[in-house]
Design a protein around this ligand. Sequence first.
Ligand code: 6PG
Length: 247
Amino acid sequence: MTTDMRHAVFEVLSDVDAVAMRMAELFIEAVQNRPGERIRIALSGGSTPKRLFAILARPEVAQKVDWKRVEIFYGDERHVPVGHADSNQSMAESLLLSKVPLPAEQIHPMPTQGQAREDAQRYQEVMEASYGAETLEKGRPFFDVVMLGLGTDGHTASLFPGEPVLDETKAWVSVSDPKTAPHERLTLTYPAIASSRNIVFLVTGDNKVPMLRRLREGDSSIPSGRIVSEGKILVLADRAAAGEHTS
Ligand code: 6PG
């Protein structure tokens, strides 16, 4: 089965905290639903996941996750030095990954020390080693959960409008040099993101109203509108992003 945005499920929740709490539940469920299995999760970047990371790091929440079975990947990364203020990995490490019993060898930051294209190839090799194959197999999705955000220009991960990576059909990881956001980036490609049991978009804030509307319509003229999954797609939005009165 392949799910596209027209067949995504949309949940509108009261506010950012409610969206984060719901995603935390889904994270816990993804691990609990496949006992004994290795669970691969791709974290999204940007600011929206911050609340989620803080919730998952709470002892009473973290204890519900069998972290020794979890393997963390990233949906994208700004190609900046480790520790840079704009690094998605630095944010996830400081808010979550440094606070839970997740073995270091199961955390896979996107490399940013070399040339971006070389780093993208390196990351693909890390993914291939985890997956045990160099080709993504239908029916054997790479990810249990891919978390995605939504940009005000309709991008997701670092799949930005007009970027050649939007046409990539083979590589799992590539580069993006957007005009509408800082830094060159590494990003999972559409085929890599599609190799998932669950894709979950987290969309909050009234600045996302226009693009969330287009996403709900499955508008394929925006990069996020072209997302498909072997499994399910769920969009978690707060009332502000859904354009509902929040008074
Ligand atoms: C990134 C993200 C990007 C993000 C959107 C939404 O590295 O910037 O992966 O795709 O999810 O830009 O960002 P906010 O959550 O900050 O609105």
